[in-house]
Design a protein around this ligand. Structure first.
Ligand code: UDP
Length: 460
């Protein structure tokens, strides 16, 4: 149900990739269900690539800013550094234009909810005298690691392990975000994630896409020095049994979906818990060799598998693989993932451990095999295996490859091993707690209410 209408109007600005747009759009729908009007702005290029382009509800409308690459987006940029610089310069100006456009209407913008990776949006909010809320798309534990680095509390390069950070388990180097454990990798992105704290003292809120029960110690520790509100998990509510209107799915894809019934039709012919779902999200690219090992590991496990291979990676599949697997496996270019994960036929999620995928697996009760690739994924994987105990992490060999035998044995462990049974029980618990957190009166729901009520008070 959409809540009672009032004057509050939020301008939401995700970082322009699928994994950042999904949680921001879900959060926007939650705000709409509480009577807040939301304008979600993404770049012109992304706006034109979106499927569908229609907004999910009267109360959530789409608009566009420019990153200076309206025709080709990020792929047109000379470097990551130059892309981010243009996004900031041209994005700031065009974000301001949206604020101005609504200024003398019945619903002027009251607050900019901006992706933590785009702290310059807070400067735009303050320039126009608006409220500003940072929206963190990664777990609290990861934010707290970056907080420690930014404030010089954790010195780089790391000279001794294990690493101790209040509220977090002891961490080895391989458990740290990739920008830290592969020192010097992606310096522009590392600078971007650290810069989220550059002006955070001026933000009116820090909203984190997690739920309190999942990260009690990390949330408590970080809140003591940097107040935050947990508002997640931002998983489509239809699968959590606490339905919000127009929330059947994320509802916005940047990739072309194979006919959406292809997956569900195929899954409907498979017994409960018999299928391994494999996806590495929207950004990760596996090498030729790694794709080959994964393909033969899946085949060798002899379980059914549904594998998302993005169009850009199809050429890395072993020759004739798709023909040879027959009905044992289905390879698609993109899926409606939350729908797939909620299907009874799925027994395990073989994942890169992106934060949305992790939250979806936890909330939809699917144990995991995790093969982290970069950014926050190694830290998420550490929690999946050792803290939440809902998955196993693959071991990488001396050449940086995860071999087919390792892949096969991790899948077996989750699908039919003793540990797998324990993981399934734990996964049930997390689903229950996730649903409670976002249901009426739950920890995240109360935090969203608190955010909305302050917003309403501040809106003229
Ligand atoms: N996703 C999807 N279909 C796919 C693969 C991924 O809908 O075939 C969605 C997935 O449900 C998640 C998002 O894309 O919400 C990926 O975000 P995540 O943080 O897991 O990874 P990223 O793409 O940012 O690496």
């Amino acid at each position: 149900m959409e809540g009672k209408a009032h004057g509050a109007h939020v301008l939401a600005l995700p970082y322009p990739t699928q994994g950042h747009i999904n949680p921001m759009l879900q959060f926007s729908k939650r705000l709409a269900s509480k009577g807040v009007k939301v304008t979600l702005a993404t770049t012109v290029f992304i706006f034109n690539s979106m499927q569908p382009r229609s907004s999910p509800s009267e109360s959530v409308q789409f608009d566009a800013i420019s990153d200076g690459h309206d025709e080709g987006g990020f792929a047109q940029a000379e470097s990551i550094h130059s892309y981010l610089a243009r996004l900031e310069a041209i994005g700031s100006k065009t974000l301001g234009d949206i604020v101005i456009k609504h200024k003398d209407t019945a619903h002027p913008i009251d607050c900019i909810v901006y992706d933590h990776c785009l702290p310059w949006a807070l400067d735009v909010a303050k320039k126009f005298g608006l409220l500003g809320a940072a929206f963190f798309t990664q777990p609290c534990a990861v934010n707290f690691i970056y907080y420690h680095v930014h404030h010089g509390l954790l010195k780089l390069p790391i000279s001794s392990t294990p690493i101790s950070i209040p509220g977090l388990p002891l961490l080895e180097l391989q458990d740290m975000p990739s920008f830290i454990y592969v020192a010097g990798s992606y310096p522009a992105y590392f600078e971007m994630v650290l810069s989220q704290f550059s002006n955070s003292d001026k933000a009116d809120w820090a909203l984190v896409n997690t739920f309190y029960e999942l990260e009690v110690e990390a949330v408590d520790s970080m809140s003591k020095i940097s107040p935050l509100l947990t508002i997640g998990p931002t998983v489509p509510s239809i699968y959590l049994d606490n339905r919000v209107e127009n929330d059947n799915d994320y509802g916005l894809n940047l990739f072309t979906i194979d006919d959406s019934s292809v997956c569900t039709d195929w899954l409907s012919t498979k017994p409960a818990g018999s299928v391994v779902y494999v996806s590495f999200g929207s950004l990760a690219h596996l090498s030729n060799k790694q794709m080959e090992e994964l393909a033969f590991g899946l085949k060798g496990s002899n379980f059914y598998f549904l594998w998302v291979v993005k169009a850009s990676e199809e050429e890395n599949l072993p020759e004739k693989f798709v023909e040879e697997i027959g009905d044992k496996g289905l390879v698609v270019k993109w899926s409606t993932q939350s729908e797939v994960l909620s299907n009874k036929a799925i027994g395990c999620f073989f994942s890169h451990c992106g934060w949305n995928s992790t939250l979806e697996a936890l909330s939809l009760e699917v144990p995991m095999v995790v093969m982290p690739q970069w950014t926050d994924q190694p830290t998420n994987a550490k929690f999946v295996e050792d803290v939440w105990k809902v998955g196993v992490r693959v071991k990488v060999d001396e050449n940086g490859i995860v071999g087919r035998e390792e892949i096969e044995s991790c899948i077996r462990e989750v699908m039919e091993g003793e540990r797998g049974k324990e993981m399934k029980e734990n996964a049930k618990k997390w689903r229950h707690l996730a649903t409670e957190a976002v249901s009426e009166g739950g920890t995240s729901d109360k935090n969203i209410d608190e955010f909305v009520s302050k917003l309403i008070k501040a809106s003229p």
